[in-house]
Design a binder for this molecule. Structure first.
Ligand SMILES: C[S@@+](CC[C@H](N)C(=O)[O-])C[C@H]1O[C@@H](n2cnc3c(N)ncnc32)[C@H](O)[C@@H]1O
Length: 257
């Protein structure tokens, strides 16, 4: 019930062609590294834009993805998609830091023309070190594309207010684009920002015993079984806030986040 992939699609259609306009100039092969590529839907959209920009040029697409399940889905998607003839795929079942360590052990670092990290930096422990490392792998005219929750979104407000009271495990960090731009400034890395507007219908969260609503709450709070395990006062406060205009907007009678 989220427009996330839809608004990413729009970004890929409207903005990505400009971003990748020069990545393959004077190159016989374009090398793309996908970090946390998941099931590959967004990756294939990116690849089709690169193909359109550089028709017939061979593409080497490598994916760093720790989940075997996601890799299997990605492979399935590739198998049933046409027009991928000039693309070579390879998957590495590992995290970005495992990839980094593996590469550091090699004498020669491989260079890339396009690296993307889409909705995955939340799971990276040392983001500055990761950015620095992958930035050092960029070839001439190469770029990195990062997509992450916006600093102006309901997510940031929710995480900022309640983050300290939510069970924070090692697996997920409440990081947003504001934190990211600060890190990039510190590292002295040049960047451009684009705001993508997506909404999510959260009405189900307010229906008692609604399974979808419970899952949505887990998702919003990055907590497993939030509804049944959270302290009642915390739950009451969050549920109240989620209905406030500051966090969500009412659209066609539905609560959108
Ligand atoms: C929210 S999904 C995004 C998937 C895809 N990029 C998309 O936008 O549809 C995050 C992905 O990052 C992967 N991931 C989690 N921790 C990671 C890490 N430390 N390094 C690389 N990928 C990771 C997950 O397995 C998952 O497939």
């Amino acid at each position: 019930n989220s427009t996330e992939h839809q608004c990413m699609q729009e970004f890929m259609d409207k903005k990505l062609p400009g971003i990748i306009a020069r990545i393959g100039d004077k190159k016989s092969e374009i090398k793309i590294l996908s970090i946390g590529g998941g099931a590959g839907e967004i990756d294939l959209q990116i690849l089709s834009k690169v193909q359109a920009q550089y028709p017939g040029v061979h593409i080497n697409n490598e994916v760093v993805e720790p989940s075997a399940e996601q890799i299997a889905k990605y492979k399935e998607l590739v198998a049933k998609t046409s027009n991928l003839e000039n693309i070579k795929f390879a998957w590495h079942k590992e995290t970005s830091s495992e990839y980094q360590n593996r590469m550091m052990e090699k004498k020669e670092l491989q260079e890339w023309d396009f690296i993307h990290m889409i909705q995955m930096l939340y799971y990276v422990k040392d983001i500055p070190a990761t950015l620095k490392f992958f930035h050092s792998l960029l070839a001439t005219n190469a770029k990195i594309l990062i997509i992450i929750v916006s600093g102006t979104s309901g997510w940031r407000k929710l995480w900022k207010k309640y983050g300290p009271r939510l069970p924070r495990d090692d697996l997920c960090l409440y990081v947003t684009s504001v934190d990211l731009t600060q890190m990039l400034d510190k590292l002295g890395i040049k960047y451009e920002c684009y705001d993508l507007l997506s909404t999510m219908d959260i009405s189900d969260c307010f229906i008692d015993g609604n399974e979808n609503g419970d899952l949505l709450l887990d998702f919003l709070t990055e907590t497993c079984n939030f509804n049944s395990t959270a302290p009642p006062d915390l739950k009451a406060e969050i549920m109240k806030d989620l209905q406030e205009p500051e966090f969500s907007i009412k659209k066609e009678g539905k609560g959108s986040f």
